[in-house]
Design a binder for this molecule. Structure first.
Ligand code: HEC
Length: 418
C-alpha cells in the first residue's frame, strides 16, 4: 500500500514536471515548446516561406514580447543577403475549381491557416536546357495552362515587359519584325530572324514552348529567366496570346478567351467574383443589402438597375463584359440563399412593339440563363419582358432623344422574396 502511494506520488510529480515543462511560451531566447501537437516551435528568421506553424496559438504572448503576432513575425521576410531562394511550386492553377480557396490559403488569409504561406514567386523549373527538354516542354502538361487568370492588369504588365524585352526583336505587334531587324533600321546587324508569333504554328503552340524559351532562350536569343519573375513570364505569355487573338480576330481578355483553352478569363474564376463585388460599379451590393434590411413589404418594388449588363444591338446576346456584374448578382444570391429575384427587360420604342416585347423577354431570359449557369436554382429566378411599354420615367416622349432611349433600354432587378 505504502509502496503504491509512493509510486503514485512519484508519478504525479513527474506528470506535474512534464506539465510545466511541456507547454511553455516563447520568451527571450527560449523558443517555447508544446507537448502537443507540435512539440516545439522556432520563430526563426524564415525567408520566403513558412509552412510549419499552423497550430501555434501564442499570438498574445508573441505580441507581448516582440510587438508582433507570430503570423506577422513569420511573414515573407527578404532572403538573407547573398542567398538564392530555392523556391517552391506554390502556385495554384487557374483552371482549378477550388482556386479561390487555395489562393486564400496560400496568401495566409484563410481561417485554417493562421500563419501565412506567402507566394514568393520563386517557382523551380526542372526541365533541362537540352533538345529533349525543349521537346518535352512544348507539350508538357504542367506548363500548358497559364497559372494566372487573364486580367486587364496582367495584360498591361505583360505589354510593358514585352515591349521592353521582346518587342525589339519580335516586333511590338508580334510579327517578328522588331526594330533590331526591321528594314527602316539602317544599322541592322541582326542576321537570324526572330520568330513571328502570328503564324498558325506559333499561335497553336502550347504555352510550354513559350515558357521554356523565356527560361533558356533559343539560338541567338538569350535567356530572360533572370529578368522576368515567375508571374511576369506568364504575363508576357498572356500578352503574346492577346496579340495572336487580335490577328485571328478572336478574344483574349479578362472577360473572354476564344483563342485557346489554356488560360481562364478572370471573370470565370471565383476570385473575379470577389473582385467584382469589391469593384461593384452599379452599387448593386449596397442596393441589394438595403433591400434585405428593409423590413416593410415595399422592398419588393425596389428596382435595382443593372448598369453594366450589355447586349449586342437588337439581340439578346450578352456582351462578355456584362459577366462582371452578373457575377456580382450570382455571388449575392449565393450569400443570401433564400432570396428570390426577378429580372425585368425593357427596350426603347425604336422598331415594332411586338418585336421589342420579344427582345425584352429574350434579354431578361439571357440574364436568367447566365445565373442558372452559375448554379442558382431556377426556383429563385424569374424573368419578364416589358418591351417598350415602361419607359424609365413613365413618359413615352423620353424616346424622342437618344439619351432618353439609352435610359429606356435597360435591365432591372427586384428581390421578390427573402
Ligand atoms: C535579341 C533578339 C530577341 C529578343 C530580345 C527576344 N527574342 Fe525570342 N527569338 C529570337 C530569335 C532570333 C528567335 C529564333 C531562334 C531560333 O529558332 O533559333 C527567337 C525565338 C523565340 C521563340 C520561339 C521558340 C521556338 O520554340 O521556336 C519564342 C517563344 C520567343 N523567342 C519568345 C521571346 C520572348 C517572350 C522574348 C521576351 C522576353 C523574346 N523572345 C526576346 C530573338 C529574340
Amino acid at each position: 500500500m505504502r509502496k503504491n502511494l509512493r509510486i503514485l506520488a512519484v508519478a504525479l510529480s513527474f506528470l506535474t514536471i512534464i506539465g510545466f515543462e511541456a507547454c511553455s511560451p516563447a520568451k527571450g531566447d527560449h523558443p517555447g515548446s508544446e507537448y502537443m501537437p507540435d512539440m516545439g516551435h522556432s520563430i526563426a528568421y524564415e525567408a520566403n516561406v513558412i509552412t510549419e506553424y499552423y497550430h501555434n496559438t501564442w499570438d498574445a504572448e508573441s505580441k507581448k514580447h516582440s510587438g508582433k503576432t507570430v503570423r506577422e513575425l513569420s511573414l515573407h521576410n527578404k532572403p538573407v543577403k547573398g542567398t538564392i531562394p530555392r523556391g517552391y511550386a506554390g502556385v495554384v492553377n487557374a483552371n482549378n475549381k477550388d482556386r479561390a480557396a487555395k489562393m486564400k490559403f496560400l496568401r495566409g488569409e484563410s481561417s485554417t491557416n493562421a500563419m501565412a504561406i506567402p507566394l514568393n514567386g520563386k517557382v523551380p523549373y526542372y526541365i533541362p536546357n537540352t533538345e529533349e527538354g525543349r521537346t518535352y516542354a512544348a507539350t508538357a502538361p504542367e506548363l500548358r495552362n497559364n497559372p494566372f487568370p487573364i486580367t486587364e492588369k496582367g495584360l498591361k504588365e505583360g505589354k510593358e515587359l514585352y515591349e521592353i524585352y521582346c518587342g525589339i526583336c519580335h516586333g511590338n505587334k508580334g510579327d517578328g519584325n522588331g526594330y533590331l531587324v526591321a528594314d527602316e533600321n539602317k544599322n541592322v546587324k541582326y542576321l537570324s530572324g526572330p520568330t513571328d508569333y502570328l503564324t498558325d504554328e506559333l499561335i497553336d503552340a502550347e504555352n510550354g514552348r513559350y515558357y521554356h524559351t523565356i527560361m533558356y532562350g533559343k539560338g541567338v536569343m538569350g535567356s530572360y529567366k533572370d529578368k522576368l519573375s515567375y508571374k511576369e513570364r506568364w504575363n508576357v505569355i498572356h500578352y503574346i496570346r492577346a496579340l495572336q487573338a487580335k490577328k485571328r480576330e478572336l478574344a483574349y481578355s479578362q472577360y473572354e478567351n476564344t483563342l485557346n483553352s489554356w488560360a481562364v478569363p478572370a471573370v470565370d474564376t471565383d476570385l473575379a467574383i470577389e473582385d467584382a463585388i469589391a469593384a461593384d460599379k452599379s452599387g448593386l451590393v449596397k442596393g441589394f443589402n438595403n433591400v434585405l434590411k428593409d423590413t416593410t413589404d415595399s422592398y419588393k418594388s425596389t428596382l435595382l438597375k443593372l448598369n453594366n449588363v450589355f447586349f449586342d444591338t437588337g439581340k439578346a446576346t450578352l456582351k462578355p463584359e456584362s459577366k462582371l456584374e452578373l457575377n456580382v448578382i450570382a455571388a449575392l444570391l449565393q450569400q443570401n440563399e433564400s432570396a428570390k429575384i426577378k429580372i425585368d427587360g425593357h427596350t426603347d420604342s425604336t422598331g415594332e412593339p411586338t418585336a421589342n416585347q420579344a427582345l425584352s423577354e429574350a434579354r431578361a431570359n439571357a440574364v436568367k440563363n447566365y445565373l442558372l449557369g452559375k448554379g442558382i436554382a431556377v426556383s429563385r429566378l424569374q424573368a419578364e419582358g416589358f418591351g417598350q411599354t415602361q419607359p424609365h420615367n413613365g413618359n413615352m416622349s423620353s424616346n424622342l432623344t437618344e439619351e432618353g432611349k439609352a435610359l429606356n433600354r435597360r435591365t432591372e432587378m427586384s428581390v421578390i422574396s427573402k
